[in-house]
Design a protein around this ligand. Structure first.
Ligand code: BJW
Ligand code: ZN
Length: 233
């Protein structure tokens, strides 16, 4: 399963693209880069501090909760997410692979050492105690490699999957967008849940054109009902 910003939309977290998209007046392609940080770290930090505050004030939605519960009905259930908001964990999901990092962690821009303080004042960006580098959010920007073990595990699980859900992602940012295609090529049934069509839509075996927070609880109910039926003989 791969999730993107759309799964958190119904929690009030803006997506990056699409109809309801855009974090304020900036595009991710303009601020989520090392070039932007080196050029103007204060603006990049202002964007992340604002987003971090917004995320700290929202709750998981029925889509997140349904996914956490659905895991109980499968022998193996890996949740690969592009989101940095941590809402899947808050909802109770456990086997999570965070491809693009987490907005509540910071690290040194030079030596990548973790930095413990979470809240950063954009006017006073702290320096790494080890090497003096500036502190940045521990997320993956354009042009940066994804954490090796995490993306390797995500590809492995996608190759092994019988069923693969692509939920709330525009499926244009790689390598994440290659995961559903990899799963499909290796024999998985591919299900897309997204009110809007994406480059995956034609490839999907099943397309659900509905918000995930509406559809996933219904799917959970159907899976539960089926389990009860088969339990009764
Ligand atoms: C709903 C809904 C509801 C709304 N219910 N749905 C191959 C081909 C072309 C380019 C590349 C390639 N390989 C690599 C690249 C370059 C680049 C890339 O992919 N660029 C593309 C733009 C073309 N990739 C990279 O640079 C990656 N690194 C890499 O490949 O390293 C190797 C390398 C190094 C050096 C040189 C070359 C290669 C890194 C990508 C990092 C992405 N980072 C960001 C920011 C993270 C930190 C932060 O949050 O600030 O990740 S960008 C942003 O996009 C964020 C997201 O995780 C990511 C994906 O967005 P997502 O989740 O799909 O959101 P949206 O907004 O796009 O879509 C939301 C969807 O929800 C919409 O479809 C709605 O319809 C839907 N929706 N409400 C269900 N209720
Ligand atoms: Zn450092």
């Amino acid at each position: 399963m791969l999730t993107g910003a759309g799964i958190s939309a119904e929690s009030g977290v803006p997506t990056f693209r699409g109809k309801e998209g855009l974090w304020g007046k900036f595009r991710a392609e303009e601020l989520a880069t090392m070039e932007a940080f080196l050029r103007n770290p204060e603006i990049v930090w202002e964007w992340y501090s604002w987003r971090r505050k917004l995320i700290s004030e929202v709750q998981p939605n029925p889509g997140h909760f349904a996914l956490a519960e659905l895991a109980d009905y499968f022998d193996s259930f890996t949740l690969v997410t592009q989101n940095v908001d941590g809402l899947h964990r808050v909802a109770g999901s456990t086997d999570i692979l965070e491809l693009h990092g987490n907005i509540n962690r910071n690290k040194c821009v030079k030596c990548e050492a973790p930095f413990d303080e979470v809240d950063i004042d954009p006017a006073r960006i702290p320096k790494c105690k080890g090497c003096g580098g500036s502190i940045r959010p521990d997320v993956v920007w354009f042009g940066e490699m994804l954490p090796g073990e995490v993306i390797e595990a995500a590809f492995r699980r996608s190759e092994e999957a019988d069923l693969f859900f692509s939920i709330g992602t525009s499926a244009i940012v790689h390598p994440a967008a290659s995961l559903p295609m990899t799963a499909r090529r290796c024999g998985a049934t591919l299900v897309e849940i997204n009110p809007e069509e994406t480059p995956l839509s034609n490839l999907a075996d099943i397309r659900i054109g509905a918000p995930s927070g509406e559809f996933l609880p219904k799917l959970l109910d159907a899976v539960k009902a089926r389990k009860n039926q088969s339990g009764q003989g």
